[in-house]
Structure formats: structure tokens, C-alpha cells
Design a binder for this molecule. Structure first.
Ligand code: ADP
Ligand code: MG
Length: 284
């Protein structure tokens, strides 16, 4: 009886929540525990710093400077760039963090969409310049878990523009349930149960696209051709303890297609994946 009274009287755990617009997308941060406010502040500072560093539209960003042949990354930034290049090799070039000129040609930065002609594409493919768009939100998830480790917080759930980063477990000790969006509708095709520090990242053809002459052009490009990938995949979700890897791989598996993607999964130990095909088939 005393125990139940004590439990009944226990003060509710402190929590902090914030939504912000960052990296051209909406982010939702929710943190529980004694230091939730301080941790929230630290996460926000990190996110804004990452945006400032890797922005494609801000001429003062490190990324813009690097693409002009100027600027010098610090140790941490250098390590992130090297990790991106490792993921480039690991995916046989399907994830390519240097597609800046090609992405710009299609108008995905300024939303001045247009279909480039083949000569323009061939030229743009030869010019290498950084675009961390396919990996920076996942990297933000990884850095978030490292920041949360430094505070007294019991759990957190972060939605970094569709990249979900979990931390700890739900209050009742059960797993987090992360829904995989139905590309064709409003609901979810299913949920994934995850616990601890885990990244659940989806790349799909239904998030950023434009339509011209009845054709849909989305923002995940085949680095070999510079053209939006069209291989029967609607979305790929990757679950991985490392957010950077999850983000790069969700983009890469989308580009590689089901067969090559499954082969990469088979010879890897660090991630799981869910493919939603346009014909409705789900491979998990
Ligand atoms: P989102 O950022 O919408 O979550 P992705 O992580 O798949 O989706 O990243 C897509 C973005 O990455 C594009 O908007 C573009 O800037 C860039 N990009 C497009 N194709 C590739 C590719 N094959 N490899 C790396 N980056 C890419
Ligand atoms: Mg990605």
C-alpha cells in the first residue's frame, strides 16, 4: 500500500518539447528527464550550427566556401566529409555527396524546377561539388545522441524532418513504435518497434518532386545519369544505430534498387531495411 501511495505521489517526470524550422524542414524535439531543458537547448544550438555549416543556399556556409575552392573544415567537419566519402565507396557510388551541380540543374534548391537537357546533365555530372542533403539530418541524429549522453535525460524522441531518432525507452519500458508512411495515402503501412539510440530514416519519391508534362520528377538522382531514379521503389526505410549511415543508406538503397540493395544488406551487419514497392509489395 505504501509503495503504491509513493508511486502515486511521485512527481511527473520533467519534459521539454520544441518544434523548429531547420535545414528547410520541420523538426520536433521531445526530451524527458531532469536536464531536459538544458539538453533541448544544446540540441537546438547543434542543429542550427549544422544548418549554418552545410547549407547549400547560404553563401557564407562552409559548404558554399568549399564549393568555391575556399574554406577549411575543422576536425569534426573533416571527419563528417570523410565518413560521407566512405559511404560513397560502400554503396558503389549510389550515395554521392558531390551531386551539387546536378541537383541545382533540376531546380531542387531554389524550387525553380526544370528538366535539364542531356548535355547540361553530362557537364554537371563532371563538376563535383558538395551536397550533404542526403546525410546531414542523419548526422544530426547521431550528434543528438552524443549530446543527450552528456545530460541527465531518460529518453527522447526526435523527428528531424522525417528522420526519426530515438533515445532510451518509453516511460513504461516498452519500445518506441515508429510508423512507416504509406506513400499512397495518409496513414501508415506498418510500425517498427525500436529501443535505445536508434535512427529510422526513410527516403521516398513522394516527398520532394515536381510534375512536368504529366511526368513526376523526384529528388533522388542516379549519380550515373543525373536523372531521378525509377526502379519500382516507392520508399526505403533504414534502421541503424548510426544516423549518418541510416540516412546515406536509405538514399543509396533507393538508388541501387531492390536486388543490389538486398545484396548490400546481406553482406552488412549494421542495419535493417524496409522497401515499399510501387506495386504494393513490401520487403522487410
Ligand atoms: P530527404 O533529404 O528528403 O530526407 P534523402 O536523404 O534521400 O531525402 O536526400 C535527398 C537529397 O540528397 C536530395 O534533395 C539531393 O539534394 C541529394 N541527393 C539526390 N540524389 C542523391 C544521391 N544519389 N546521393 C546523395 N545525395 C543525393
Ligand atoms: Mg538520406
Amino acid at each position: 500500500l505504501i509503495l503504491s501511495l509513493l508511486v502515486g505521489c511521485a512527481p511527473k517526470e520533467a519534459s521539454a518539447q520544441k518544434s523548429l524550422f531547420c535545414m528547410d524542414t520541420v523538426m520536433d524535439l521531445q526530451i524527458w528527464g531532469k536536464d531536459c531543458q538544458e539538453a533541448l537547448q544544446a540540441l537546438e544550438t547543434m542543429l542550427l550550427e549544422l544548418e549554418k555549416t552545410w547549407s547549400v543556399s547560404d553563401h557564407n556556409s562552409l559548404l558554399s566556401a568549399l564549393n568555391r575552392g575556399e574554406g577549411k573544415p575543422n576536425g569534426e567537419q573533416q571527419a563528417f566529409m570523410e565518413k560521407a566519402m566512405e559511404l560513397h565507396s560502400r554503396t558503389n557510388g549510389a550515395f554521392d555527396p558531390k551531386l551539387h551541380h546536378v541537383v541545382a540543374l533540376w531546380g531542387f534548391y531554389d524550387k525553380n524546377y526544370r528538366v535539364p537537357d542531356p548535355q547540361e546533365l553530362a557537364l554537371a555530372l563532371q563538376e563535383e561539388a558538395w551536397d550533404m542533403g542526403a546525410v546531414v539530418k542523419g548526422y544530426a541524429g547521431l550528434l543528438s545522441t552524443q549530446i543527450l549522453d552528456r545530460y541527465e535525460v531518460s529518453r527522447a524522441i526526435l523527428n528531424l524532418g522525417g528522420n526519426i531518432q530515438t533515445y532510451g525507452q518509453k516511460a513504461d519500458g516498452t519500445d518506441w513504435n515508429i510508423g512507416i508512411q504509406d506513400p499512397a495515402g495518409e496513414g501508415y503501412v506498418g510500425t517498427l518497434a525500436v529501443s535505445g539510440a536508434m535512427a529510422v530514416v526513410t527516403s521516398g519519391d513522394y516527398q520532394r518532386y515536381f510534375i512536368e508534362d504529366d511526368r513526376l520528377y523526384h529528388h533522388i538522382l542516379d549519380p550515373k545519369t543525373g536523372i531521378p531514379v525509377n526502379n519500382g521503389i516507392n520508399s526505403v526505410t533504414v534502421i541503424c544505430a548510426d544516423g549518418t549511415v541510416a540516412d546515406a543508406l536509405s538514399t543509396a538503397l533507393f538508388v541501387m534498387g531492390l536486388e543490389d540493395g538486398l545484396r548490400l544488406w546481406q553482406r552488412s551487419e549494421d542495419f535493417e531495411a524496409v522497401f515499399l514497392m510501387k506495386n504494393g509489395t513490401i520487403y522487410a
